[in-house]
Design a protein around this ligand. Structure first.
Ligand SMILES: NC(=O)c1ccc[n+]([C@@H]2O[C@H](COP(=O)([O-])OP(=O)(O)OC[C@H]3O[C@@H](n4cnc5c(N)ncnc54)[C@H](O)[C@@H]3O)[C@@H](O)[C@H]2O)c1
Length: 271
């Protein structure tokens, strides 16, 4: 059911790679809720052309941009404002990549070039998205910027290796930039800490499938799906959450507040 929550709002959505991507679902829900937006991804990620289907479905223009490249990010805003006809009301940062995870390198033996690449792509890109908008004064008052995070920023998940550190940085950028941008322009900046979700980035993690089941059994409501995450993003982009900023918001079916569930105890004890 749609509520027209984003009617008249203009946005930029990063990170829709294929129909499993969280950003893909966010784009669909924002469209349903009446928003207009541009879609962007790294030029290399567009080779498969999947994003064209989403652009057609949602009436969005695609503006390729490598999120690590300040010039391309700046152009993303100027072109978006041009295409959409004014300043931007919401931005989704849905970008993550770790070469160390892809190559199964343990945390104690991280490759530092890969580590730096991971920081650049998955955390500094968020700062760049915010800094470019700030410099251009591209965001309307009370605009909402959301990035996607994971609870490994607070608790240790050995398989998440360098991304744990990188997500901690991402969440810190949301708080710190959120302070400055909030003071100056009332722009709000939050991170959503999402359940494990079956996507290309998620599936790249060793043992993901078992861990997905573990988290599902641990959470009273079960794992939050990508569709549910999209609804949460819509609420944060809407005027209903005008005063929410600088927060890391758990969207995980209650996982983060649960010590252990009876289902997991039964599994371990074999009852
Ligand atoms: N899947 C999960 O279990 C899970 C859980 C919590 C948080 N997240 C986060 O959600 C976000 C989206 O991931 P997803 O699970 O939808 O996977 P996904 O693989 O569909 O999305 C990741 C996106 O990042 C893009 N990207 C990579 N390098 C880029 C660059 N240089 N410039 C621009 N874009 C670039 C990719 O092309 C891709 O579209 C990530 O930040 C991820 O860490 C995922």
């Amino acid at each position: 059911m749609a509520y027209n929550l984003l009617k008249g709002k203009r946005g930029i959505i990063t990170g829709a790679l294929d129909e499993n991507s969280i950003a893909w679902k966010v784009a669909q829900k924002c469209h349903e809720e009446g928003a207009t937006f541009t879609l962007t991804n790294a030029p290399i990620a567009m080779r498969m052309g999947e994003i064209n289907k989403l652009a057609e479905e949602t009436g969005a223009k695609i503006i390729p941009a490598d999120a690590t490249n300040m010039e391309e990010v700046t152009k993303l805003y100027t072109e978006s404002m041009d295409v959409l006809g004014g300043k931007i009301d919401f931005v989704l940062h849905s970008i993550g990549m770790s070469v160390n995870i892809r190559k199964n390198i343990p945390y104690t033996e991280l490759n530092y070039d890969f580590y730096q690449k991971g920081i650049d792509v998955s955390a500094l890109s968020f700062h760049k998205l915010l800094a470019a908008a700030h410099k251009l004064d591209a965001l309307n008052e009370h605009a909402s910027v959301v990035a996607l995070s994971y609870i490994a920023a607070q608790r240790t998940y050995p398989f998440y290796t360098d991304m744990a550190d990188i997500k901690a940085m991402l969440e810190s950028i949301a708080r710190t930039f959120g302070y400055h941008y909030g003071k100056q322009k009332k722009v709000r900046i939050n991170t959503i800490s999402q359940s494990p979700t079956k996507t290309t980035a998620g599936g790249g993690i060793k043992g993901f499938s078992d861990f997905y089941t573990f988290a599902d059994l641990q959470s009273p409501l079960g794992n939050a799906s990508a569709d549910d995450c999209a609804l949460y993003c819509v609420s944060l982009f809407s005027d209903l959450t005008r005063m929410v900023t600088m927060q890391n918001l758990y969207h995980d079916g209650g996982y983060s507040s649960t010590g252990i569930s009876t289902e997991l105890i039964e599994k371990i004890s074999g009852e």
